[in-house]
Structures are given as C-alpha cells and as structure tokens.
Write a new protein. Structure first.
Length: 118
C-alpha cells in the first residue's frame, strides 16, 4: 500500500491550500485516515482525522476552525482544506491510515511540504 500526498507549496500568510492523499496498491479497509505534520526542529504532531463510521472528524487545537478534513472511504482518499494559514503552519504534512480502531497508523505517505511566508 502506498499513500501519495500532494498539494503542498508556498503560500502567503492568510492564504489557503488543499492537500490531497490517495492510497494505491492492494485493496484494504480502514477505520480512519489522518493528517500529521512535522515542523522544522519539532516532533511530528497530529493535525486532523476522519473516522469513516459516521464520518466523524477531529482536529488539533492549533488548527481547529481553520482546517477541514474530508475524504472518500471507498477510494481511500483524504483531503485537508487549510485556510487562514500562519507561519507556524509551515511543516511537512503526512497522511496516514489507521486500519483498526485500537490500532496504530500503519500506512504513511511520503509527505508534502507546506511553507507559509509571513
């Protein structure tokens, strides 16, 4: 299974970006898909997740209200619409798949770089 993340780039503070992530390879089912990010010199952190059952979503406090996660369970794709971007949103963004409710995120994308200029 491979996850391909795309949509990153350079954007001015206050701007918007939409990240996409698509899975390819063998067919699989999943409990949720999520986005994480790693800023320069920092640990990887959770950004947002979508659980296919009920399409429930969750967000980190740092992005809540500025970011919307969506996706298509049947196609194993997930999107991250980001707006009102800040310099502190600069990071490599990774998508990930959680196959089981109590399991870890098993599959990870290669990351897409988002740079927000102030």
């Amino acid at each position: 299974v491979q996850l391909q993340a795309s949509g990153g780039g350079l954007v001015q503070a206050g701007g918007s970006l939409r990240l996409s992530c698509a899975a390819s390879g063998r067919t699989f089912s999943s409990y949720s898909m999520a986005w994480f990010r790693r800023a320069p010199g920092k640990e990887r952190e959770f950004v947002a997740a979508i659980r296919w059952s009920g399409s429930t979503t969750s967000y980190s406090d740092s992005v809540k209200g500025r970011v919307t996660i969506s996706g298509d369970n049947a196609r194993n794709t997930v999107y991250l619409q980001m707006s009102s971007l800040k310099a502190e949103d600069t990071a490599v963004y990774y998508c990930a798949v959680q196959r089981y409710r109590w399991g870890e995120y098993e599959y990870w994308g290669q990351g897409t770089l988002v740079t927000v200029s102030s």
